[in-house]
Write a protein that binds this ligand. Structure first.
Ligand SMILES: [Fe+2]
Length: 375
């Protein structure tokens, strides 16, 4: 019965899914993807090579387009009525943005750059090297807007000028404005972050990792997309937490693994994703707990992008997510405190650190939390 309904043209029409088939590039369906080695194919619409990455945990609003520009090449100029954030994986290049007031803004990027395209502004990406290809991932809310309006021309051929989304000139030069809110919710407002690997981050003690946890939210090109970067230190792991689907997570520096499980399941025996720079994955849904472990001899950083950022309200569910993200599940929140976690998590972590020649720092931290909780 369910399969018959899927082919019915009057039932649950998915305009995004129909449209993406007309792109004639690979559609990769996976739990996790190595974006640096993922095979891509030529894109007639955009130029260069590409593939759509449909992660199991991508949710309803967000998709990932993986693009490669050949040496000396450019993608085609385009504009669209959806927000788009770009994370550069390899190579060097430049992007030109044409504001509705006629001014052109160009900026040069490299591995670890992150930028937002102002909604509906003409833009074009160029490879800056004559010998090396460049690769980037574009995370957008195209599924949401295509399914909302179910009209492709409205999204790709709209003339409305969103001048206010262009922001200040200096936002294209890598400058920005720090908006202090609260640890875990502090924001950096800009259009362009030249290098996520060295961007200075404020502390976020509530997320654990022995006080090494650091984090900032990005507001890019005034969009409603979520983007944040987190760092945690050598020999540490973060607290387990859960939230809605859609968070596309890229390892930026270091390496490690994440565990994913449902309440009642064995946290170390259910799903494990090993990550290194270039790995992309997404926790699948609201009930799934996930926890990130650094097994590298350097601090690990990851970038998460999704729909519904810290700045602009999009739904009560997203708002609640921000409120509950560092509150214990015992208090109605979405985080498991160290003193409440399954002891197999720490045992596995120490084995992984030993394999990597790293000194694990967590046993003392977890023990002190246990003493505080029971004493
Ligand atoms: Fe998460």
């Amino acid at each position: 019965m369910a399969d018959e309904l899927l082919d019915n043209p009057f039932y649950q029409v998915d305009t995004y899914r129909e449209w993406v088939k007309t792109e004639h590039v690979p559609i990769v369906e996976a739990y996790a993807v190595d974006c640096l080695s993922q095979p891509l194919e030529p894109s007639q619409r955009l130029g260069g090579l590409g593939a759509y990455i449909h992660l199991v945990g991508r949710g309803d609003a967000v998709t990932c387009y993986l693009a490669e520009i050949p040496p000396g090449g450019s993608l085609k100029r385009e504009k669209h009525l959806h927000d788009k954030l770009v994370y550069v994986l390899s190579g060097r290049g430049a992007t030109t943005v044409e504001a509705p007031d006629g001014r052109k803004h160009s900026f040069e990027w490299g591995p670890g750059s992150l930028f937002g395209i102002p909604i509906n502004a003409w833009h074009q990406h160029h490879n800056g090297s004559g010998s090396e290809p460049t690769r980037f991932a574009a995370i957008s809310d195209l599924p949401l807007v295509l399914n909302l309006f179910h009209n492709v021309d409205f999204i790709f051929g709209n003339e409305y000028p969103f001048q206010e989304r262009v922001g200040e000139d200096r936002y294209f030069r890598g400058q920005g404005e720090f908006r202090a809110v609260k640890p875990g919710r502090h924001q950096w407002e800009t259009n362009f972050v030249p290098d996520l690997t060295s961007f200075e981050l404020p502390e976020w003690k509530e997320r654990g990792a022995g006080g090494t946890s650091r984090n900032v939210q990005f507001t890019l090109a005034g969009s409603t997309m979520h983007a944040h970067i987190s760092e945690f230190g050598v020999g540490t792991y973060k607290k387990a937490h859960r939230h809605d689907a859609g968070a596309h997570i890229f390892c930026v520096t270091g390496h490690g693994y994440s565990l994913l499980w449902l309440e009642g399941q064995n946290p170390v025996g259910t799903v494990r994703v090993d990550w290194k720079p270039g790995t992309l994955y997404a926790p699948p849904d609201g009930p799934t707990f996930h926890q990130h472990f650094n097994s590298a001899s350097v601090p690990s950083r990851y970038l998460a992008m999704s729909f519904g950022g810290a700045r602009y309200f999009v739904s009560n569910a997203r708002k609640k997510n921000y409120e509950n993200m560092d509150k214990s599940v015992k208090e109605g929140g979405n985080q498991i405190e160290y003193e409440d976690e399954d002891s197999r998590i720490l045992d596995l972590y120490e084995r992984e650190c030993a394999l990597n020649g790293v000194q694990a720092r967590m046993r003392q931290i977890v023990a002190s939390r246990l003493v505080a909780a029971t004493g």
